[in-house]
Design a binder for this molecule. Structure first.
Ligand code: NAD
Length: 359
């Protein structure tokens, strides 16, 4: 039987509550004989700063490096926002991405029929939407050199950044995109601005070259301005969207808001060997932390992504996703997804309901 070695990093605010519920569900699947679990817990973010003076202590990083995958809660603690930037809780996530070489960010955006009315768009536009945005995470204008603010000869200041992508960086994220499309609806839309930017002309050329290795995936290309419009006009047309760091940053936030429920959205960040860090897209929600109010579903769905992408355990991933679907339909519901007629519950009650639905 496969042993899954998982580093559990709960973090701050609601992080410990939501990861605890996801771990309970993983343990149930292990009890049912689907796999064996080896879990190691460590502090990260503000919790780690308080316990050992750094948001990503050496011991936590080592644990994350040794594990097959990382289940991450959330980091962020407003009372630590006056610390120097390198000691703030959010630096932990940047450090993990860098040290684990997590270059591919996968963000599904799904609208469950029960929650379609919570979207900012008309229910008929979003109901049934199920898309996956794949964003390159370690290159592009966010990291390109040179960058800076300089003084021009006329004494005026000028800010500049450099958009860069090497062929190999584009190629490796393109493979992730095509392989993800093979696991879903076999359609990949690559988003660029090839009409204006040389870097993204290369992006388009390389993605097109890689597509010859995936004849079962239909590739299309779309300019980023049109993609932003199409996400609002007809989001159901997309299966997998593949894009660079900056465009993906913006489009993935746009897509997540179409779903109307921040407590439902998982994410994965993968390296070249499918090792990954899995986390809900929301933050540490200090306003509800410690009150047993948080919705753990985004973290449970992140655990499902871990089972699918790192461990290749599709049936177990689907079991978790189906448990979420069943509880969404029947209740109970946490406050963020409350609907008339459904019993209300908290974070631990939601964990109980999901366990019952998992069987
Ligand atoms: P947030 O996502 O923590 O919360 C925004 C709103 O959504 C709040 O009203 C919160 O109560 C609600 N919410 C979030 N998750 C929820 C859940 N699971 N169930 C029910 N309601 C939920 O964003 P914020 O308040 O802007 O940021 C709080 C802290 O989190 C900050 O320190 C920020 O830097 C950090 N943050 C961390 C991450 C991360 O760990 N990857 C991501 C975003 C923000």
């Amino acid at each position: 039987m496969k042993t899954l070695h998982i580093a559990v990093l709960p973090g701050d605010g609601i992080g410990p509550e939501i990861t605890h519920q996801a771990v309970r569900l993983l343990q149930r699947l292990a009890e049912q004989g689907h796999f064996a679990l080896e879990l190691d817990h460590a502090d990260v973010g503000g919790a780690a700063y308080r316990s050992s003076g750094h948001p990503l202590p050496e011991a936590t990083l080592r644990l994350a490096q040794q594990a097959d995958a990382v289940l991450f809660g959330s980091v962020g603690d407003f009372s630590l926002d006056t610390l120097p930037r390198e000691l703030r809780p959010e630096q932990a996530i940047l450090g993990l991405r860098k040290h684990l070489q997590l270059f591919a960010n996968l963000r599904p955006a799904m609208v469950y029929p029960e929650l379609a009315a919570a979207s900012s768009l008309k229910p008929e536009v979003v109901a049934g939407m199920d898309l996956l945005i794949i964003r390159e995470l370690t290159g592009d204008i966010y990291f390109g050199q040179p960058r800076g603010i300089r003084i021009l000869e006329n004494g005026e200041r000028e800010g500049f950044d450099t958009m860069r992508y090497s062929e190999s960086e584009i190629r490796r994220i393109a493979h992730i995109g095509f392989q993800a499309a093979q696991k879903r609806g076999h359609r990949l839309c690559s988003v660029d601005k090839a009409n204006v930017l040389e870097t993204t002309q290369l992006w388009r050329d390389v993605v097109t070259e890689v597509s010859s290795e995936y004849p079962d995936v239909a590739l299309s290309h779309m300019y980023v301005d049109n993609a932003a419009m199409q996400l609002l006009k007809n989001p159901k047309q997309f299966d997998v969207m593949l894009t660079g760091n900056m465009f993906g940053d913006i489009l993935s936030d746009e897509a997540s808001m179409l779903t109307g429920s921040i407590g439902m959205l998982p994410s994965a960040s993968l390296d070249a060997n499918n090792k990954g860090l899995y986390e809900p897209i929301h933050g540490s929600a200090p306003d509800i932390a410690g009150k047993d109010l948080a919705n753990p579903m985004a973290t449970v769905l992140s655990a499902a992504m871990m089972l699918r992408y790192t461990f290749g355990l599709e049936a177990s991933a689907v079991a978790l996703e189906n448990a979420v679907r069943r509880v969404l339909a029947t209740g109970p519901a946490t406050a963020d997804i409350a609907r008339p007629g459904l019993a209300s519950t908290g974070c631990s009650g939601m964990g109980d309901a999901l366990l019952a639905a998992l069987g």
